[in-house]
Design a protein around this ligand. Structure first.
Ligand SMILES: [Zn+2]
Length: 279
């Protein structure tokens, strides 16, 4: 059985707070390298909103016990079959929503290894997230957020599970081999941070920064780190409600840049593109 004490303390603190204010989002993306922690945190939330006891979630009331056993009809866990999450696994959720909840006021859907959604399943998922016809919280769990469709990501509230700086990079799609080839992580982080600030401030210095960054970066993996850091800065700012318009604009440009890098446009040109487009 799952031990709710192993849920992520930072995430549960925040979720408890928004749940108490009645402001839970319709959909969350739990992103962290340790999927077990993410799953337990998702179950923690399912228990929290359904617990019959005083000290929620107590893990001991009838509802909590059944949720943890996988025997509570309003909490549905979906796991990949074989190596994919096919549409056949997602479609029943929609049917489920058409009925009224069996025993609770709020359903919880937990989708494990969401990076394994097939294209058609991802579309069905989008559909589900777009029109929440009934009270439901959908939690997508992933250890590789880079593989989640941007359209799905944008409809979910992202909860990051803190790992080390290295863990975070893996979570953004860097391979372990790439991680090992990075020789100057701290310096890259710092330069990317300055560039981010200068970009948002439309500071002329950003052009010089682009120049120095392009000569600092030694390989493809280091290049990726710079763009991952920029994305992280935007996402964190958006979540904190800071400069949302500007950060959203930059984030959209960064997704465009991902495609440019993929088609072998060099880093210098990609960075120049960002500076130019943000002017
Ligand atoms: Zn309980």
């Amino acid at each position: 059985m799952f031990d709710l004490k192993k849920a992520d303390p930072e995430a549960t603190k925040k979720l408890a707070q928004v749940a108490a204010e009645g402001k839970l989002a319709h959909a969350y993306l739990f992103a962290g390298l340790n999927e077990k922690t993410s799953l337990i945190t998702a179950l923690w939330l399912a228990c929290y909103v359904n617990c019959l006891g005083q000290d929620k979630p107590d893990s001991t009331c009838n509802h909590c016990l059944r949720i943890l056993r996988g025997d509570f009809p309003d909490v549905v866990r979906v796991e990949p079959q074989g190596n994919t999450l096919s549409i056949n696994l997602i479609r029943p959720l929609k049917e489920e929503l058409a009925k009224s909840p069996d025993e609770s006021d709020l359903r919880v859907f937990i989708i494990e290894q969401a990076e394994k959604l097939t294209q058609s399943a991802a579309n069905a998922m989008l559909n589900l997230l777009e029109e929440p016809v009934a009270p439901v919280v959908t939690i997508l769990i992933t250890n590789n957020r880079a593989q989640i469709l941007p359209t799905i990501r944008s409809r979910t509230q992202i909860v990051n599970f803190k790992g080390t700086a290295q863990d975070e990079l893996l979570n953004y799609g860097l391979s372990s081999a790439e991680l090992e080839s990075i020789g100057q992580l701290d310096q890259l982080n710092q330069e990317a941070h300055y560039l981010y600030q200068e970009l948002l401030a439309h500071d002329q210095l950003s052009l010089m920064r682009v120049h120095s960054l392009a000569s600092l970066v030694k390989n493809k993996a280091e290049e990726k780190v710079v763009f991952i850091r920029l994305k992280q800065e935007c996402e964190q700012a958006i979540q904190a409600g800071k400069d949302v318009n500007q950060n959203t604009k930059l984030l959209v440009l960064l997704l465009k840049v991902d495609q440019m890098l993929y088609s072998n446009v060099n880093m210098r040109n990609c960075l120049d593109y960002l500076v130019l487009k943000l002017k």
